[in-house]
Write a protein that binds this ligand. Structure first.
Ligand SMILES: [Fe+2]
Length: 398
């Protein structure tokens, strides 16, 4: 007799428009939502000077959509920045947001769309002091990196600068109405950003698959994604013009957003958020550094599913004994990090043992901690963090 499949919900309402050149459809797609005015949210740097941005902007105007540009988004956007964007939306009575860029512009646009719809600071929602009454204004995402998955996810991360914290918030209305996934927009992504954001995507897949909130549909997505990332990430890093590798990474990273919206993430992100907020380590780099250590600590409790991931990566045969397969996953991630030139430990990223207490305090209250496949005690997470800082993989296998 087959095992009973446990009850679960699956919700993924975003229309995905995928393909090289699909940015050209943006104007018609946004107008098709009935939007006549939008805030176009993007970064301060090269993204706004890119051909993709010009194509998007021209397409919106040609479709009769009035565009107000907000191009002040910096990495790890703060609640103040979100408030600025939200104030423009409200003052100018804009009807929706279009985000062009990496996770930072997309998340900033999402939070601003919710904040503007309710006239409430995003901080109130992050800290659970209020609940949104109105859904976010319609969101359209056009990603230029392959990592965050925000274009197909229900989550956005905001930095509370006063508290030195990065905090995620999830809402059904954070699922974009439309995600336009055009690998041509990824070709100009620098090598280091490609590596770091790609490792963020891999971390999403691994943490989602190992989460206690996993379900069969998310499993299928995650196993597809890990296989695609294993093949495409080194290729995209070594030749950024490889449109095949770019398209695989674009699709895998976005699809991971569908999966983790159902399952949540895990303690790699639990550590990566304070490392990013307190020490400015880019999100993808922080995840990439931390991932093998947390995996080493999960072998004890999650070996069969870690073996499945290793097999999908091509790091072991599907019938490999579970613990051996799980260890093969750890080795494969370590090898991938080395290939991509990622720092081996948090010490190598400039973090010392003195920084541990503040990072740990934040990690202990990470919202997805209860879904970790291992119920870490506070002391175990402290020992694990020490191992991540020191670069001691053996000590992480606690
Ligand atoms: Fe992430």
């Amino acid at each position: 007799m087959k095992d009973l499949i446990q009850a679960f919900n699956h919700h993924s309402p975003t229309r995905l428009v995928f393909g090289a050149g699909s940015t050209g459809q943006a104007g018609a797609l946004v107008a098709g939502l009935g939007l006549s005015s939008v805030l176009l949210v993007t970064g301060t740097g090269a993204t706004k000077r890119s051909a993709g941005y010009a194509k998007l902007s021209a397409g919106l105007s040609a479709a009769g959509v009035s565009v107000r540009v907000f191009d002040r988004v910096t990495p790890d956007p703060t609640a103040e920045l979100v408030s600025e964007a939200a104030a423009i939306i409200r003052d100018e009575k804009l009807e929706g947001v279009v985000a062009y860029g990496g996770g930072s512009p997309i998340d900033c646009a999402k939070s601003a769309a919710l904040s503007a719809a309710n006239g409430v600071s995003i901080l109130e929602y992050l800290y659970g002091r209020a609940q949104p009454v109105h859904p976010a204004l319609p969101i359209v995402a056009v990603p230029t990196t392959a990592g965050t998955g925000s274009e197909l996810s229900n989550a956005a991360v905001t930095t509370d600068a006063a508290a030195n914290r990065k905090m995620g918030y999830s809402a059904d209305s954070f699922f974009p109405r439309i995600a336009i996934l055009d690998p041509e927009n990824h070709v100009s992504m620098p090598r280091g950003v490609t590596a770091a954001t790609g490792m963020d995507a891999l971390t999403h897949v691994v943490e989602s698959y190992l989460s206690l909130g996993a379900n069969p549909i998310a499993d299928a997505i995650n196993l597809m994604c890990v296989s695609m990332i294993g093949g495409a990430l080194p290729a995209a890093v070594s030749d950024g013009t490889d449109l095949g590798a770019r398209s695989a990474m674009a699709l895998a990273s976005a699809s991971a957003g569908i999966a983790f919206s159902q399952t949540g993430l895990g303690m790699v992100h639990g550590f990566a958020h304070p490392v990013g907020a307190r020490h400015g380590v880019a999100h993808g780099d922080a995840n990439a550094i931390i991932l093998p250590y947390v995996l080493a600590a999960l072998v004890r409790d999650a070996a069969p599913r870690m073996r499945d991931l290793a097999a999908a990566l091509g790091a072991c045969a599907p019938d490999t004994e579970a613990t051996a397969g799980a260890l093969a996953l750890v080795d494969a991630v370590v090898g991938l990090k080395e290939t991509l030139g990622i720092a081996p430990s948090l010490t190598a990223a400039g973090i010392t043992a003195r920084d541990a207490p503040a990072i740990l305090a934040d990690a202990l209250i990470y919202r997805a901690r209860p879904r970790s496949p291992r119920a870490f005690s506070d002391a175990e997470l402290g020992t694990l963090l020490d191992a991540i800082i020191a670069g001691d993989l053996k000590a992480a296998a606690l």
